[in-house]
Ligand binder design. Structure first.
Ligand SMILES: Nc1ncnc2c1ncn2[C@@H]1O[C@H](COP(=O)(O)OP(=O)(O)OP(=O)(O)O)[C@@H](O)[C@H]1O
Ligand SMILES: [Mg+2]
Length: 316
């Protein structure tokens, strides 16, 4: 809707994880490189964690995109709330193996044969589990058994788990210490800094065909996006997408901080931030200050509205 108004060829801030929009921050780059190395060097078991909306699924998709250029077979699980039997069936089925009527032991046997064959041909086989923080202890135990499929030199199945920070807590638990010892590489994604947010927005606008990315969002508007999103890429996208819609409706050629504040209010982003504060999430000094400023601003607005209402009341 707003594309022609802002001279864009595509929507810059879609929330689907599209690898063609990947902006390589140092941490995203490191995560992608670690996963790629872990898998191609047959290290066995690698784990990627990060807060909600920081780019885990995007990194997995980028990894699979890179690996498709090599002769790699993978099974991808993104709904890990399965029973152990369903889990094994799903994996074997994704590799194109016969699964109907087979018990779990038989499935593991078939899978082992398949992995050995691929290994003898020098080929890599991967199991990728997204949203792995939802995995039950039973499935994690199945995964531990899968890490046992190996020759004397190498793991036959490369396993990548990606999930929210609760996954780290699960893997740190006493009962999963055997699995934890098998993790060869661990990487973590964080929110973006202010500078990264600025570059991230610029890159997305540039890919979407903006003639001069810096001119659509003013400097203070970018700071407001950072303040409200706390640098979390999915929230940056949501705020910016809504700001472009709102700017278009107002015929604003440049997105101002006021437009961003309005959008953030409508999205109730401040409410989420307060909840997270209460739940003990740590904010940087910069983020704390901007939240304080926002709170003061909101209070002043409320005061103005009350005064306005009072004056109106007196006049009536
Ligand atoms: N480095 C990046 N470059 C470009 N876009 C990014 C980057 N990081 C995240 N995004 C974008 O942010 C949004 C959220 O990313 P993604 O869905 O991968 O997050 P997630 O960590 O998997 O979230 P969840 O915990 O909810 O599963 C997507 O639109 C994605 O494209
Ligand atoms: Mg995800």
């Amino acid at each position: 809707m707003y594309k022609s108004f802002y001279n864009l060829q595509r929507n810059p801030f879609e929330i689907t994880p599209d690898p063609s929009f990947l902006f390589p921050t140092t941490r995203h780059n490191e995560a992608l490189a670690s996963l790629y190395y872990g898998v191609t060097a047959h290290r066995g078991f690698v784990v990627l964690t990060g807060e909600v909306g920081t780019g885990k699924t995007l990194i997995l998709r980028s990894l699979l995109g890179l690996l498709q250029r090599r002769d790699v077979a993978f099974a991808l699980i993104f709904n890990p709330t399965l029973s152990p039997l369903e889990f094994m069936r799903y994996i074997a089925g994704d590799f194109g193996l016969p699964v109907t009527g087979k018990a779990k032991d038989e499935l593991i046997h078939v899978l082992n044969g398949f992995l050995l064959q691929r290994h003898q041909k020098g080929l890599t086989t991967i199991l990728v589990v997204d949203e792995a923080h939802h995995l039950s202890p039973e499935i994690l135990e199945e995964i531990r058994l899968l890490t046992n499929l190996e020759t004397s030199q190498q793991k036959l199945l490369q396993i990548v788990l990606a999930g929210q920070p609760e996954l780290d807590q699960k893997l740190d638990s006493h009962e999963l210490r055997q699995l934890k010892q098998r993790i060869a590489l661990r990487c973590h994604l964080d929110a973006l800094s202010l500078n990264e947010t600025r570059e991230y927005m610029g890159r997305r606008l540039q890919i979407a065909g903006a003639p001069a990315a810096g001119e659509i969002f003013s400097g203070p508007a970018i700071e407001a996006v950072f303040r409200h999103s706390r640098g979390i890429p999915r929230l940056v996208n949501t705020v910016c997408e809504n700001a472009l819609l709102s700017g278009y409706a107002k015929h604003a050629a440049t997105i101002t901080p006021e437009i961003i504040d309005g959008v953030a209010r409508d999205l109730r982003l401040g409410v989420v931030a307060v909840e997270q504060k209460n739940s003990g999430a740590r904010l940087s000094k910069e983020q704390e200050q901007s939240e304080l400023l926002l709170a003061v601003k909101t209070l002043l607005e409320v005061r103005d509205r009350m005064q306005e209402a009072e004056t109106k009341g007196r006049l009536q």
